[in-house]
Design a protein around this ligand. Structure first.
Ligand SMILES: [Zn+2]
Length: 317
């Protein structure tokens, strides 16, 4: 034998925190009239508890059907004063945990039913199924329910194809790193690169390779080419005391002179004259450029401009 109050607790476990005053059936709908208990409630703004009542008002919540009948909960809730004088909220409305949310007009149980219908069917088919479940909704309500759902968790794929690559976190898989490497080496022909990738197992079309490389062609990306030194930089290295150059500057200057040996002789003369102005030849000022700056070099391949075109120092020097 089961007692009636135990049966009510089993059928309406979400109402256990309420004082149920009356239950009746009207026009085929089960009405549950209830109110909250006179307990202290924490303010949502400052968490200070209060039981000082400002006013009460009624809320109507649609619940999951029982006995093939829709259920409507007529709930009386309290608006309370916040006791914290520093809290920006002067009053607040109590919420029943597991039953009400701010502005909500359905219980969590009823909302779960609606979410399942909206995800499975949505639209007009969802409206028809919801009507069978004693829930009257519109198409836009079903859309709102679906949009309010959180995004599903990402799953880790077990198998990756050769073309799969993750732009997230900058990670790349498959054959795309090979493209980056070959592009950095100066190989930009999509047909040739496509043939190389096919030997590595790639099964896509050459158009895919061309599409992948197109942004690089537009931006003229040089993945591995260092920026060439400017004329002003090289002139500075040549005219400064070598002892004052850093290791990096000395290495770069050595590289410049190796590719353009015509600069070696005037560099030593110019540097000496600048370090010892009193010994400078007549008519030579401190700000004069050396006789052979990179821009003036007779071989245009030695100029920094030529480097910028090729991405590496010219091999003709
Ligand atoms: Zn407060």
């Amino acid at each position: 034998m089961i007692r009636c109050d135990e049966l009510v607790d089993d059928l309406f476990p979400h109402l256990s925190e309420l004082l149920v005053e009356r239950v009746f059936v009207k026009c085929g709908t089960v009405h549950v009239v209830a109110r909250t208990r006179d307990a202290e409630v924490a303010c949502p703004g400052c968490a200070v508890v209060s039981n000082r009542v400002h006013s009460t008002y009624g809320r109507r919540l649609a619940d999951a059907p029982v006995g093939d009948r829709p259920v409507l909960i007529e709930l009386t809730v309290r608006r309370l004063y916040c006791k914290n004088v520093r809290c920006p909220r002067r009053t607040f409305t109590e919420q029943v945990e597991g039953l009400t949310v701010r502005y909500g007009r359905r219980t969590p149980a009823a909302r779960r039913v609606l979410e399942a219908v909206a995800v499975a069917l949505g639209g007009r088919a969802g409206i028809r199924l919801a009507a069978v479940l004693h829930t009257r909704v519109s198409r836009t309500t079903l859309e709102r329910v679906v949009m309010a759902l959180p995004d599903p968790d990402w799953t880790v794929p077990k198998v990756l194809g050769v073309d799969d690559f993750a732009t997230r976190r900058g990670q790349h898989y498959g054959t795309k790193p090979h493209l980056d490497k070959r592009w950095a080496e100066g190989h930009t022909n999509a047909i040739h690169l496509h043939a190389e990738l096919q030997e590595l197992g790639y099964r896509g079309s050459d158009q895919t390779i061309s599409d992948y490389l197109r942004p690089r062609r537009r931006r003229r990306i040089r993945v591995a080419a260092p920026a060439p030194p400017g004329v002003r930089q090289v002139t500075g290295w040549m005219t400064r005391n070598p002892e004052h150059l850093s290791d990096d500057e000395r290495r770069k200057l050595t590289s410049v002179l190796a590719h353009c040996p015509e600069l070696t002789a005037p560099m030593s003369t110019s540097a000496h004259s600048l370090r010892s102005p009193q010994h400078a030849p007549a008519g030579t000022s401190k700000t004069e450029s050396p006789p052979c700056a990179p821009r003036m070099c007779p071989d245009s391949a030695h100029s920094p401009l030529a480097w910028r075109r090729t991405g590496t120092p010219s091999s003709r020097a």
